[in-house]
Design a protein around this ligand. Structure first.
Ligand code: HEM
Length: 397
C-alpha cells in the first residue's frame, strides 16, 4: 500500500456508532493495525510492536504541525497562535536542539535523593491522614494531598504556590484542541499564560530550589527564554499529578476488588504498580510528526503527516499481553509503554513508581488497606486520556 488513500478512514470506522475511545482504538488495532483519519490529517498507530519501535524512531518529531481553526477573526487567530505556540514549547512537544537542552536541565531534578525525598513526603502525608480517613474520603483527603506533597518537595514549592501554578496551567490547557476550539476559552488561556509567565519570572529572579536555579541560569546565559521556562513549569505542574492520581485510583480498585483477593501486595508491589499503570495508561496518545516519508505497517506515511502513537492500544495488544484486560502479575518480559520510551520517555517514571510504592506500603503497614471495602474509581475518559474524578465505595460493597 502506498499512500494515505490506502488508510482505513477512521471516520468510517466510527461512523454512526457510539463507541468509546478505547473500543475504537482496540477495533482499529485488531482490524488494520493503523489507520488514517482524513478529518484531522492524522495516522493512528495502535499495535504494540509498531508503537514500541516508533517511540524511538528519529524520523518522527514531537512538534506537531498545527493549523488554525477556520472562521476566526484576526484577533482570535492571534490569541489562538499565542497559546498554541506556548504549548509547542513544552518539553514533550519540543524537538532538538531545544528539547535536548530542556532535558539536560530537568535531569538533575530527578536524582535518586530527590525522588526519595518526594516519595517520603507523600508517604508521610499518608501516615498522618490515612488511618483517620473514611474509605470514601481516602482518595480526595489523603491520596491527592499526598501526591501534591511529593510534587511540592520535588519543585521546592509550598502547597498554595503549587496550587496557583497548577491552576494557571489547567486554565491554559482548557483552551481545547483544533477540533473543539472556543475563542472565549482562548482568551481565558491567554490571561492564564500571562499570570503563569509572571509567576515563573518571579521564581527565576530570586531562585530557590533546583528547578528555579537551573532555569534562572539558562535565562542568564540565553539557552532558554522566559516562555521556555514557563513551558517547563507548565508541563511539570500539569503533567505529573493527574496521571499518577489515575494510576493510584486503579491500584486501589484492584487491591480492594476481586483481583485483590489473596493478593499479597508486599510480595510484588512493583509488579502490582506496573500492571495498574499498564491497565490505566492515563495518557492515551503520544503525538508525533513525520519528518520525512516513513513506511509503517505497509503504509507510506508522508513527510509532515501527524502520527499518533496510541499507547493505550499498544498496552492492551493481545499479541503482547495475553488476556490484556486482566490484572496479572505473571507478565514476565512484557514492557508496557505507559511512560513512553526513547527521547521523550517520561522523566517522572521512577518518581511515580517510588511515590506509589511508598504510599501503598504505608497504607498496608498502617492496616488501612486491609480494612478498605471494594472501591470504585469515577473516571473521566476521553480520546486523549483517562483521568479520575474520585474514588468511592463500590455500591455493591
Ligand atoms: C502515572 C504517571 C505518569 C505517566 C503515565 C506519564 C506519562 C508520560 C508519557 C507517556 C510521556 C511521553 C509522551 C511522549 O512521548 O510524547 C511523558 C513525558 C514526560 N513526563 Fe510523564 N508521566 C507520569 C508522571 C510524571 C511525573 C510525576 C512527572 C514529573 C514530576 C512527569 C514528567 C514528565 C516530563 C518532564 C516529560 C517530558 C519528557 C520529554 O519530553 O523529554 N511525568 N510522561
Amino acid at each position: 500500500m502506498d499512500d494515505v488513500t490506502a488508510g482505513t478512514g477512521l471516520s468510517t470506522l466510527r461512523a454512526d456508532r457510539e463507541v468509546t475511545p478505547l473500543e475504537w482504538f482496540d477495533e482499529l488495532r485488531e482490524s488494520h493495525g493503523m489507520g488514517w483519519d482524513e478529518t484531522t490529517g492524522t495516522w493512528y498507530v495502535t499495535r504494540y510492536d509498531d508503537v514500541y519501535d516508533l517511540l524511538r524512531d528519529p524520523r518522527l518529531g514531537a512538534q506537531v504541525e498545527t493549523y488554525c481553526p477556520p472562521g476566526l477573526t484576526e484577533e482570535q487567530q492571534k490569541t489562538y497562535w499565542r497559546v498554541t505556540e506556548f504549548i509547542d514549547r513544552w518539553p514533550v512537544f519540543s524537538d532538538p536542539p531545544r528539547h535536548s537542552g530542556m532535558r539536560r536541565l530537568l535531569l538533575p531534578l530527578f536524582t535518586a535523593a530527590a525522588v526519595a525525598r518526594a516519595a517520603a513526603a507523600a508517604a508521610d502525608t499518608v501516615a498522618v491522614a490515612g488511618p483517620a480517613a473514611a474509605p470514601d474520603g481516602l482518595f480526595a483527603d489523603v491520596v491527592r494531598p499526598a501526591l501534591a506533597a511529593g510534587l511540592c518537595s520535588l519543585l521546592d514549592e509550598p502547597p498554595e504556590a503549587l496550587a496557583q501554578l497548577g491552576d494557571c496551567a489547567t486554565r491554559i490547557l482548557a483552551f481545547g484542541s483544533i477540533e473543539t476550539y472556543d475563542p472565549a476559552a482562548g482568551l481565558r488561556a491567554e490571561k492564564a499564560l500571562d499570570e503563569l509567565t509572571e509567576l515563573v519570572r518571579q521564581r527565576c529572579a530570586a531562585p530557590a530550589g533546583v528547578l528555579a536555579t537551573a532555569l534562572s541560569r539558562s535565562l542568564s546565559d540565553g539557552t532558554l527564554d522566559l516562555l521556555d521556562a514557563t513551558a517547563v513549569y507548565a508541563q511539570l505542574v500539569s503533567g505529573a499529578l493527574e496521571p499518577t492520581a489515575a494510576a493510584v485510583a486503579h491500584l486501589l480498585e484492584v487491591v480492594t476488588g476481586p483481583e485483590g483477593t489473596g493478593l499479597d501486595i508486599k510480595a510484588d508491589v512493583d509488579g502490582t504498580i506496573d500492571e495498574a499503570l499498564r491497565l490505566v495508561t492515563p495518557f492515551h496518545l503520544a503525538m508525533r510528526r513525520a519528518l520525512t516519508d516513513v513506511h509503517i505497517h505497509g503504509h507510506r506515511v508522508r513527510a509532515e503527516s501527524r502520527v499518533v502513537l496510541v499507547l493505550v492500544a499498544a498496552n492492551r495488544d493481545p499479541r503482547q499481553f495475553a488476556e490484556p484486560d486482566a490484572f496479572r502479575l505473571d507478565r514476565a518480559g512484557a514492557r508496557h509503554v505507559a511512560f513512553g520510551r526513547g527521547r521523550h520517555a517520561c522523566l517522572g517514571a521512577a518518581l511515580t513508581r517510588q511515590v506509589m510504592r511508598e504510599m501503598v506500603l504505608e497504607l498496608a503497614a498502617s492496616g488501612v488497606l486491609e480494612k478498605l471495602p471494594p472501591l470504585r474509581a469515577v473516571w473521566n475518559t476521553d480520546f486523549g486520556g483517562r483521568f479520575v474524578q474520585d474514588v468511592v465505595v463500590a455500591q455493591d460493597a
